[in-house]
Design a binder for this molecule. Structure first.
Ligand code: 4AD
Length: 458
């Protein structure tokens, strides 16, 4: 169907005075005695294009004014009569491509996010979700650009896996055997299953990413990860998109530098490419959003040792629900205090106790902590989990044994420490969490097309 993208029309003044054909959906409309007006959006831009219907030309405008209707419009592009610098089309011909009856759930009023979650297939047509998905697309492209420009190789790690990367056992099982009481044991059940052994959806591409990094030096993965954790919070989903670079010859300080650089690159890209969307989010979701993003892009992130963080929290004049002791995992309330009250900017908390972290993290000389860091940001909490990896076979084996892990199942991974082992580090960034941070949208369910959470799949 021959037509021009609305974005092209907005961006190129040469179209003014020309006859153009555009397609899109009616987002707003109003009728008056001699004229009718509608706003069209085709998804190529956040902005809507006004279409002016002169009733002496378009004698029966009613079918074109119904919200949600898909239209094709031909007319002359002219400068906006009211708003300086805007453009609009004086319509000559309109065709209804798809009717939209009056029980269309997205009516003129501003709907709540909770209501919109009940119509995931339609909410993407609202301004909020138009803006969210445009930013999501720009952030995803920025991530690829960042790594490609810095000589990383994009690796596709498997989604079906037989090993548990994080060792937390929060994995979705993959099986082709339905309900059955035929088998006497779990082993017998899995032996008869598709792969002949237990298989799951991957919680992280890291272990395979390390395989690739030990050959290709700098790699990144970018794909879905799955967590069966029973966390019904505004920050957790069962299926999220995970960015995981893995870098050979990099220690914890190096990888912290890379993570900070990448976050700043993402933010600068969004500031440059999404001005309309950011203005919208600032108005409706987070006051001062652009100032925050500019400050993040131009200032150093803080680095705070876990042990110092515990001291800071203990001294805080706050009644935390979860008590703070050295060795405890930081809860959301603690993370918020550190980033929102003390630092008011992103903070890398480093050197966590080894007992609360994963087996693969490099053990520090103190014997108690590991060379790991989480990047915490105001409003969202943790957006990155990061560490230098244990490159020493003996130490790695000892850590796995201490955590009661099966050595046999990690044969390939352990081989990496046997054959040309090298210091290396990596991190995982949750795509949805960075989208929340750059948009100010506070519930992760509102930055995904179809969020999967405990007890909810559609
Ligand atoms: O801290 P995590 O569990 O680290 C890993 O998976 C490492 N293997 C990463 C690596 O070193 N390659 O997860 C990393 C990030 C978190 O900081 C968070 O942003 C996101 O993944 N994440 C989730 N996002 C949404 N819903 C969930 N249930 C998430 N779990 C983790």
């Amino acid at each position: 169907m021959k037509h021009t993208d609305l974005r092209v029309i907005f961006d190129d003044a040469a179209y003014i005075g020309q006859e153009v054909t555009v397609c899109g959906w009616v987002r707003t409309s109003r009728d008056s005695k001699t004229m009718a007006f509608l706003e069209l959006n085709d998804g190529t831009t956040f902005r809507h294009l006004q279409i002016v219907l002169d009733k002496s030309v378009i004698t029966d405008p009613a079918p074109f004014l119904k919200l949600g209707t898909a239209l094709c419009v031909t007319g002359t592009l002219v400068q906006g009569a009211v708003q300086q610098g805007s453009v609009e089309i004086n319509a000559k011909e309109l065709t209804v491509l798809g009717e939209c009856p009056s029980d269309y759930p997205l009516q003129k009023k501003r709907h709540t996010l909770e209501y919109l979650r009940t119509i995931p297939h339609l909410r993407v047509r609202s301004n909020t979700f138009n803006a969210v998905f445009r930013v999501r697309s720009v952030v995803s492209a920025a991530i690829h650009t960042y790594f490609q420009q810095n000589n990383y190789v994009y690796i596709h790690t498997p989604i079906l896996t037989s090993s548990d990367c994080e060792g937390a056992g929060e994995m979705f099982k993959v099986t082709t055997i339905g309900y059955s009481n035929e088998y006497k044991s779990e082993e017998e059940y899995y032996a008869n299953d598709f792969f002949g052994k237990k298989a799951s959806l991957s919680v992280s591409g890291q272990l395979e990413g390390e395989v690739a990094a030990m050959a290709l030096g700098k790699i990144y993965t970018f794909g879905p990860s799955f967590r069966a954790e029973n966390s019904n919070t505004p920050r957790h989903v069962a299926e999220f998109w995970h960015v995981e670079p893995e870098v050979a010859f990099a220690d914890l300080t190096d990888i912290i530098g890379i993570a900070e650089d990448m976050i700043k690159f993402i933010i600068n890209t969004v500031l440059e490419k999404c001005p309309d969307e950011l203005a919208f989010f600032e108005k409706h979701f987070e006051a001062g959003l652009r100032e925050k993003l500019n400050a993040v892009a131009t200032n150093d992130f803080a680095v705070l040792d876990y042990t110092d963080a515990i001291e800071m929290l203990k001294k805080a004049d706050v009644d935390f629900v979860y008590p703070v002791e050295w060795g405890c995992d930081l809860q959301t309330e603690h993370e918020r205090y550190i980033t929102e009250v003390v630092f008011k900017k992103p903070v890398f908390v480093t050197n966590y106790p080894k007992d609360i972290k994963s087996f693969y993290m490099k053990q520090n000389p103190d014997g108690k902590t590991v060379a790991a860091t989480d990047l915490l940001v105001p409003g969202v909490g943790e957006i990155i989990g990061c560490s230098e990896r244990e490159a020493d076979l003996t130490k790695l084996l000892a850590a796995m044994e201490a955590k009661g892990m099966s050595i046999e199942e990690y044969h390939d991974y352990l081989d990496l420490r046997k054959f040309g082992s090298a210091p290396h580090s990596g991190f995982g960034l949750g795509l949805e969490r960075i989208i929340m941070y750059v948009t100010g949208v506070s519930n992760i369910r509102d930055v995904l097309l179809y969020p999967r959470t405990v007890g909810s799949i559609r």
